[in-house]
Design a protein around this ligand. Structure first.
Ligand code: ATP
Length: 366
């Protein structure tokens, strides 16, 4: 596939979504050009709570299918608390995309940047640089959202199912080991920690059993195990010791917020959700209606999600210049913080969405 034909579906969505999306795509564009490659073509797709209020649909006709036919999907943020379905649930077409395209590998980098807020006093906290790999289609979320498979027994009991399948778990662990391999090549420890509760739940013992089976195929990667409660403790005590952590959906939901909180806030939390045929990239934060329209949103989570998307496009197309463009964005953000030229308002700084974006663009061009 040539870079000329690579297409990205763009769902800007609601609230601060459109602002951080245009910031991210501007950076993707400049980084690609700087690496001598054409930026992916953009296919805008209308979706979200605002679209629902206007039309009664949460995504434009055929939008789900068209998004899946692209090479990747970039999403800003979806949902507004004031606009809901009649049953009170939020407008969530992105959850259907996750389900329809089985985006099982949720990649959530957690990295400490110089001069960005850190919650831990230990100077080693400056070295936090890990990835939480959260299974994103089954686990304890299997019952929730799209499928609504909760089992309600009269008015006295409700049961939710924690589902672990061999098929998804094998793919997840392969993904984790390959990710650890790539990081090892870039100088990281090359370790994949299996986070579970295998001492209590049969489903988790199965998760770990499959991890062990797959591990034997990656002898160059160090293996490690943590029970999820101990992992929570260690993420507060010595998060700088970890490289890649793989876990079930609900554990990943909780621990990625905990880890994200150690190094800043929602405006730094990038996210990729990757399946067999397509990946969806979005900042982990929501539409932040409280700051919408005020040029206060930190666009860095979206910009760093753009870098994750470029890495994915490198894998998908074999075009190494996408990976170079991704690295260029990461270096630009790192340099901006190191030089104290990135001071997002989210952290009490003086720079809004536009100033932060301008600074990253300048670093990219330097
Ligand atoms: P969702 O359920 O969709 O994640 P939420 O209401 O739980 O939405 P957010 O929309 O992420 O969460 O907002 C939570 C808080 O974080 C808000 O105070 C919001 O202003 C802040 N916030 C979120 N994203 C950013 C950002 N990029 N920059 C600055 N502040 C942000």
């Amino acid at each position: 596939m040539s870079s000329q034909s690579v297409q990205v579906a763009v769902i800007s969505g609601d609230g601060i979504g459109p602002d951080v999306t245009s910031a991210a795509l501007a950076c993707v564009d400049v980084a690609c050009k700087a690496c001598g490659i054409t930026a992916p073509e953009q296919l805008p797709i209308a979706a979200g709570a605002g679209y629902f209020a206007d039309t009664g649909d949460d995504i434009e006709a055929g939008g789900e299918l068209r998004a899946g036919e692209c090479d990747a999907i970039f999403l800003g943020a979806i949902g507004l608390p004031s606009i809901r379905h009649a049953d009170g649930t939020e407008i969530s077409p992105h959850l259907r995309l996750r389900d329809r395209y089985q985006l099982y590998a949720g990649v959530r980098p957690v990295k400490a940047y110089p001069n960005a807020p850190q919650m831990l006093a230990n100077p080693l906290a400056a070295n936090i640089d890990l990835i939480i790999l959260r299974e994103s289609t089954e686990g304890l979320f299997y019952s929730a959202a799209v499928h609504n498979r909760s089992h309600i027994i009269d008015d006295v009991e409700v049961q939710d199912t924690l589902r672990i399948t061999r098929n998804t778990t094998e793919k997840l662990h392969h993904f984790g080991f390959r990710l650890a391999q790539r990081r090892k090549a870039a100088g990281y420890a090359g370790e994949l920690t299996c986070v579970d509760k295998a001492n209590v739940f049969t489903s988790m013992a199965f998760f770990r059993q499959i991890y062990d089976e797959i591990a034997s195929q990656y002898p160059d990667i160090k293996t490690a195990y943590q029970y999820v409660d101990a992992q929570a403790l260690e993420l507060v005590r010595k998060p700088w010791m970890f490289d890649v952590l793989v876990m079930e959906n609900m554990f990943g939901d909780i621990l990625s917020d905990l880890a994200g909180g150690l190094v800043g806030g929602m405006g730094m939390a990038a996210c990729g959700e990757i399946g067999d045929t397509i990946g969806l990239f979005q900042p982990a934060h929501g539409s932040a209606p409280d700051i919408h329209g005020q040029d206060r949103a930190n666009p860095l989570a979206a910009i760093l999600s753009g870098a994750l998307m470029l890495d994915y496009l490198c894998d998908k197309t074999g075009e190494e210049r996408y990976a170079a463009a991704a690295a260029r964005i990461q270096s630009a953000v790192n340099a901006g913080f190191t030089q104290n030229r990135l001071r997002p308002m989210e952290f009490g700084g003086d720079m809004g969405t536009n100033s932060v974006t301008r600074e990253v663009l300048q670093q990219l061009a330097a």
